[in-house]
Design a protein around this ligand. Structure first.
Ligand code: AKB
Length: 386
């Protein structure tokens, strides 16, 4: 099912994706633009970009795989993960393979078999689950990233593959201050944050030493109508899914639940966020831009507290109640992160320009315009049956 918000993403992304196709000509023979030009002049076969996506079954992976396939064709994008997607569309619509990113040979073999020009590396353990299993978080985060970068540099008979791998506001710790940006001190207090600092530094190293076009965005909490994967910002999606359920119950004439939504952060915890729609659009724009001066950029859409999101929801559902029961681990992580981010370099260098900048706009988009995908619907039901 093509989602309503995806149609919007689709329309606005097709131009930048077309630019990416042009850029992918560089992969047809050599990394030097002079050689690429002469290859093009001599009639060398143009290559469409081909993507290998790790961590495809996660919150962002499901949406990005679908967008890439619908733009470049079903065969363009090899979705991979260590688990099967709950969303059957991912299996039905294009190629899928089991891939454990800690297995370097397997990463390289699949990238070669698929003739990937781009690796989109999403696999990682998010902040809260990372704290529950630091050893696994380090293996997936550090070894996985090294394996992806190695597969990118050692590309069978061609120039290095492009790597897009998101970073996170988790790279910041208390020393970064309440407004953090590209020049802030990086002293994370979570293992997840440490793996993201490692990712940023190693990516920059591979760009300098081996010419790998490595790009990364420091995402704040990405908000969609689908469940998160064990992050500190997941409460926002949980609250919005609960509200969607109440709305659909009301529309179906059912009595709405009187059980308040329980939030795992304190009501006045400010954090930065970005809508899923903006994340997809702007990520694809970033991937398609000619190589920006920095490998990594801080970005943000808006900041809000749980209490503010609740108030925005109550414009549509006045009976929506929230109780606050802070989780010690996640509250500590949230308190170590900035309230908001400074993203002027991203705006200047490649026109980062998210559309959603208020909690009201975010709520309206998610409650009324964004359809959860099938997996999301299933999880939505699980999440709201208490
Ligand atoms: C998390 O909460 O761990 C993630 C993130 C901000 O990277 N959503």
């Amino acid at each position: 099912m093509m989602m309503m918000f995806r149609n919007h993403v689709q329309a606005t992304s097709s131009t930048v994706l077309a630019m990416m196709m042009t850029r992918s000509l560089r992969y047809s023979s050599s990394s030097s633009s002079a050689s690429a030009a002469s290859a093009a002049a001599s009639g060398a076969v143009e290559r469409m970009p081909k993507f290998l996506v790790t961590g495809s079954t996660g919150q962002l992976g499901v949406q990005l795989v679908s967008l890439l396939r619908s733009t470049f064709g079903a065969a363009s994008t090899l979705a991979t993960d260590v688990r099967l997607p709950t969303d059957q569309n991912m299996l039905n619509e294009g190629p899928y393979a089991f891939l454990d990113v800690t297995n370097g040979d397997a990463v390289r073999r699949l990238a070669d078999q698929h003739e990937a020009t781009h690796i989109v590396h999403l696999a990682s353990l998010l902040s809260a689950v990372g704290e529950a299993n630091p050893e696994l978080a380090l293996r997936i985060g550090n070894e996985g990233t090294k394996n992806v970068l190695e597969a990118a540099r050692d590309c069978e008979g061609g120039s290095p593959r492009t790597v897009y791998a998101p970073s996170s506001i988790a790279v910041f710790g208390p020393s970064a201050g309440k407004v953090a940006g590209d020049k802030s001190h990086l002293m994370p207090s979570t293992v997840y944050g440490i793996t993201k600092v490692h990712l940023e530094l190693l990516g920059a190293y591979y760009r300098k030493k081996y010419g790998v076009d490595f790009r990364s965005l420091r995402y704040p909490g990405v908000v969609s109508a689908t469940p998160g994967g064990g992050g500190t910002t997941d409460w926002s999606m949980d609250m919005l899914m609960y509200a969607r359920q109440m709305l659909s119950d009301k529309a179906a004439g059912k009595t709405t639940t009187a059980i308040p939504f329980e939030c795992f952060l304190k009501k006045d915890t400010f954090l930065p966020y970005v809508s899923m729609d903006d994340t997809l659009n702007e990520t694809v724009k970033f991937m398609s831009a000619s190589q920006p001066p920095q490998c990594t950029y801080s970005v943000t859409g808006l900041s809000f507290t749980p209490e503010q999101l609740h108030e925005s929801i109550r414009r549509h559902i006045p009976e929506f109640e929230v109780t606050y029961n802070p989780c010690a681990v996640r509250q500590k992580i949230a308190d170590s992160w900035p309230d908001s981010c400074e993203d002027s370099a991203a705006r200047r260098d490649w026109s980062w320009n998210p559309a959603v900048s208020t909690a009201d706009a975010l709520v309206d988009q998610i409650l009324f315009h964004e359809d959860a995908d099938d997996a999301g619907e299933q999880n939505l039901q699980k999440a709201t049956i208490k």
